[in-house]
Design a protein around this ligand. Sequence first.
Ligand code: NAD
Length: 444
Amino acid sequence: MSKPTESTSFRGKLSLGARLKALAKLEEGIKARREEIIAALAADLGKPEVEAFLAEYFFVLQEIRLVRRKLKKWLKPRKVKSPIWFWPCRSRVELDAYGRVLVISPWNYPIQLALAPVVSAVAAGNSVVLKPSEMTPTCSALLEEILSECFSSEVVKVVLGGKELAEELLEEDFDFIFFTGSTEVGRIVAEKAARKLTPTVLELGGKCPCLVDATADIQIAAKRILIGKFFNAGQTCFAPDFVAVEKSVHRELVDKMKVLLMELPWEEDLSRVINERHFDRVLGLVSGEEIRKGEDDRESLKMAPRILPEAGWDDAVMKEEVFGPLLPVVTFEKEEELLSRLREYGSPLALYLFSRDSRFIEKMKGELRSGSVAINDTMKQACSLELPFGGVGESGSGRYRGKKGVEAFCYERAVMKRYFVHDLFEMLPPREGMARFLKKWLPK
Ligand code: NAD
């Protein structure tokens, strides 16, 4: 047995009313700290205000509002039929909280990716230990402040620290683990959870391909790909990692992206790269011809956004998740070759398809697995609270957001009620006559 946790002691379930009250308090707490949230994101990541406001502050607020509005309905037990031979009988499925859950979150959207699972977990009736990323200390400290003001430490507790603390927490007894981060660390978390048979949701990374065929509107594709790629300086788990474009429109796409990159002030409004290690890593992936806007500054961790217009499938940049403001463009001619290349990347979080050809779209969608698919745009599929968010295979398992988020933090409990009246079919011995009867009358 591992040591009992010091982190939260609460194991009972908050009433629905108490949960809704706590979430209302959190909504107010976040609203009151709007400017501090935006400032913390600027301090840790140099996040542009519009990105901090939309992707971290507003998105979380929207989710809390949705959960508060719908929670009662979502948690309503679902009545189901009972087999006739058990009558009189009532059956239903209830959503029951796991109990005590651990949430480990990453640095790239440090507010949103910490708060969203906490909101779902509390709404479902769990108590939560949150370990935010050590790489964004201002945001993590602010999260601790906000959450300790809004929840008793028995319900939500923030613990600050890095890898060692995360490893210690994984030795504790939790009823559920929600991890967001790299595939590499996700594997470690899954192994440790498996030892205790603790269920998990794993929100991981990978290389999300963006495919453009000759039927696509190249101007619109160019614009939407760059917007998706350079949001948060490419440090989004579901950002288009690379573009694979049909050879006949390669030049046109590259020219259009070049015009957009050079004419608009992308470099003035771009997040920082998180640290020197990632800065050097991403720059190390640059090879061959590049289209660059502005200069790199290692001291301030500002990296110039760039496109690699002639990247090759075997280049280093195509071997790992880019996670930076760097867009490699490779080409394809035959669909089968494209598919066999793409299959090497396993199953990403997102697959982006720019095309007017429904046969092409269906073929790619049918042949490749991915957590989500967006057709003729990037990123938006992951910004809807009505669509489940999550990966498959190497990009993770489990879904959350909105209703799915609350469901993720519950297990389905089967409840059957019978009455003190005599059974129609009793299984008391001797049962030979019963076997004959069942063989005759039950469907063959
Ligand atoms: P990371 O895996 O390095 O760290 C994530 C969290 O895990 C941090 O809180 C960290 O302290 C903790 N951690 C580190 N080592 C650990 C260990 N041995 N055991 C347990 N926990 C440990 O990831 P990151 O660098 O913070 O984030 C970037 C990665 O996360 C990218 O690969 C990206 O694609 C992925 N990501 C995925 C999603 C998603 O929703 N699927 C969202 C954001 C980021």
